[in-house]
Design a protein around this ligand. Structure first.
Ligand code: 2P0
Length: 340
């Protein structure tokens, strides 16, 4: 029997992946950039066991047995075993590639956190399998086959997933832009607006956007390439103002292309929009850009801010977001930020 355990982080994109040019290989229509969160806060943990005594492959997610025949899961397993066999071709092939595996994966954050767990989950699975089968080199392209955004979770710090140009996807990989130690003052707040399961899976949304949105064509060609360069520079120079501006604009554009799809669909709700307004009002009130929001395929907000500004903004949130009823009343009264 052989056993491996790994952990992998949740990542939150600041330049969004939205749209695939190849649905089978999961090749994106644009580059994206994310930050991986500290694994001592939020992570997936996966143990993979391979044994000659196992009769079949099996998987448990957060203690629940799941269907191992999930096609994306099968693709990941097949890819790892194939790489293992290729690597061992000339050598003394062990039997491990033929053994069945049992996979146990769990998140250390509640499902209620409303975070997409598939990125950390697939990244962790691939890291564990790569370790088991002694696969060296890039593993982001294998994680990508499980879930696009998972390729960014195989690395820590700030990560860029290059869309690549090859039709086989071998150059569609993730690379670290900067390690976690590069910008230690950076903080992330995750605001759970609604913990219900999302009504419209992102893969379905992306497909519709690719097929119907004119704005997406403009975004892919004329917005993202320049924005990615600016974002990389902002990260390297620790320029929070530029980082924040492009993070917010890119989130806004991702949600705009959803609305530009036909039929249109939305992920943000009324509270999400209240949070957007609140961040802009706060930044205007302090005459600086101290907080940035970003929204994924759901109503929950992720805020990026620097450590020195975190206590004050948490005070603002506490003031405007006591129990929901009061929040909306206070917000609609338009109390000045200074009142916090
Ligand atoms: C991102 N999202 O860049 C974007 C922003 C959600 C909004 O990647 O179909 O679960 O498995 O490749 O990776 C969510 O999409 O989609 C996502 P698939 P995935 O983080």
């Amino acid at each position: 029997m052989s056993t491996v355990t790994c952990i992998a982080p949740v990542n939150i994109a600041v330049i969004k992946y939205w749209g695939k040019r190849d649905e089978t290989l999961i090749l994106p229509a644009n580059d994206s950039i994310s930050a991986s969160l500290d694994t001592d806060q939020l992570c997936a943990k996966t143990t993979v066991m391979a044994s000659p005594n196992f009769k079949e492959d099996q998987i448990w997610l957060n203690g629940q047995k799941e269907d191992i025949r999930n096609p994306r899961l099968q693709n990941c397993l097949a890819e790892c075993i194939m790489l293992f066999l290729v690597r061992k071709r000339a050598g003394n092939v062990t039997q491990i590639g033929q053994w069945k595996v049992h996979i146990c994966s769990e998140n250390n954050f509640p499902t209620a956190a409303g975070l997409a767990s598939s990125a950390a989950g697939y990244a962790c699975l691939i890291a564990s399998l790569a370790n088991l089968y002694e696969i060296k080199g890039d593993i982001s392209s294998i994680a990508r086959v499980g879930s696009g955004s998972a390729c960014r979770s195989v690395l820590g710090g700030f990560v860029k997933w290059s869309m690549g140009s090859l039709s086989d996807g071998t150059d569609s990989i993730a690379k670290q832009i900067a390690p976690p130690t590069h910008w230690p003052e950076m903080r992330v707040l995750i605001l759970v607006v609604n913990d219900a399961k999302k009504k419209f899976p992102s893969s379905v949304g992306m497909k519709r956007t690719m097929e119907t949105s004119d704005l997406l064509k403009h975004r892919i060609k004329h917005v993202v390439p320049e924005r990615v360069n600016k974002m990389e520079r902002a990260i390297m120079e620790k320029d929070f103002k530029t980082f924040a501006e492009h993070t917010m604009k890119d989130s806004n554009q991702m949600h705009a292309v959803c609305l530009d799809s036909y039929p249109p669909f939305t992920y943000m709700n009324e509270i999400s929009h209240v949070l957007v307004d609140l961040v802009h009002l706060y930044n205007e009130a302090v005459n600086d850009t101290k907080v940035a929001y970003t929204f994924d395929a759901g109503p929950n907000a992720t805020l990026y801010l620097l450590e020195e500004n975190t206590p004050e903004f948490m005070g603002v949130l506490d003031y405007f977001f006591p129990p929901l009823e009061d929040t909306l009343v206070e917000y609609k009264k338009g109390l000045p930020i200074e009142a916090a």
